[in-house]
Design a protein around this ligand. Structure first.
Ligand SMILES: [Zn+2]
Length: 60
Protein backbone atom coordinates (compact mmCIF):
# COMPACT_ATOMS: atom_id res chain seq x y z
CA UNK A 1 0.00 0.00 0.00
CA UNK A 2 1.57 3.30 -1.06
CA UNK A 3 2.36 5.76 1.71
CA UNK A 4 0.92 9.26 1.56
CA UNK A 5 2.35 12.59 2.59
CA UNK A 6 0.90 13.67 5.96
CA UNK A 7 0.82 17.29 4.75
CA UNK A 8 -0.72 17.24 1.29
CA UNK A 9 -1.75 13.62 0.71
CA UNK A 10 0.54 13.21 -2.30
CA UNK A 11 2.45 9.95 -2.63
CA UNK A 12 5.25 9.94 -0.07
CA UNK A 13 8.92 9.61 -0.89
CA UNK A 14 10.43 10.22 2.54
CA UNK A 15 9.77 8.96 6.04
CA UNK A 16 11.06 10.10 9.40
CA UNK A 17 12.97 7.07 10.56
CA UNK A 18 11.15 5.14 13.27
CA UNK A 19 7.87 7.02 12.85
CA UNK A 20 4.77 6.84 10.71
CA UNK A 21 5.32 10.36 9.36
CA UNK A 22 5.61 10.32 5.59
CA UNK A 23 6.29 13.24 3.27
CA UNK A 24 6.37 13.88 -0.43
CA UNK A 25 9.54 15.41 -1.83
CA UNK A 26 8.35 19.03 -1.88
CA UNK A 27 6.93 18.98 1.66
CA UNK A 28 10.03 17.24 2.99
CA UNK A 29 12.24 19.93 1.47
CA UNK A 30 9.98 22.67 2.81
CA UNK A 31 9.96 21.24 6.34
CA UNK A 32 13.47 19.88 6.61
CA UNK A 33 16.52 21.72 5.39
CA UNK A 34 18.33 18.42 5.15
CA UNK A 35 16.41 15.46 3.73
CA UNK A 36 19.28 13.21 4.84
CA UNK A 37 17.49 13.21 8.20
CA UNK A 38 14.75 11.27 6.46
CA UNK A 39 14.78 7.80 5.00
CA UNK A 40 13.50 7.05 1.55
CA UNK A 41 10.31 5.03 1.58
CA UNK A 42 11.50 3.11 -1.47
CA UNK A 43 14.72 2.04 0.26
CA UNK A 44 12.77 0.76 3.23
CA UNK A 45 10.54 -1.25 0.92
CA UNK A 46 13.54 -2.71 -0.89
CA UNK A 47 15.23 -3.60 2.39
CA UNK A 48 12.06 -5.36 3.47
CA UNK A 49 11.86 -7.26 0.18
CA UNK A 50 15.49 -8.30 0.59
CA UNK A 51 14.71 -9.51 4.08
CA UNK A 52 11.79 -11.58 2.76
CA UNK A 53 13.95 -13.02 -0.01
CA UNK A 54 16.55 -14.09 2.54
CA UNK A 55 13.87 -15.67 4.68
CA UNK A 56 12.55 -17.75 1.77
CA UNK A 57 16.08 -18.81 0.78
CA UNK A 58 16.72 -20.11 4.27
CA UNK A 59 13.60 -22.25 4.10
CA UNK A 60 14.84 -24.19 1.05
ZN1 LIG B 1 3.40 16.75 0.60
Amino acid sequence: MPKKCVICGDSAVFQIKGTNNYYCESCAEALFSDTKLLVKVEEEAQAFKKFLDQQSEEQD
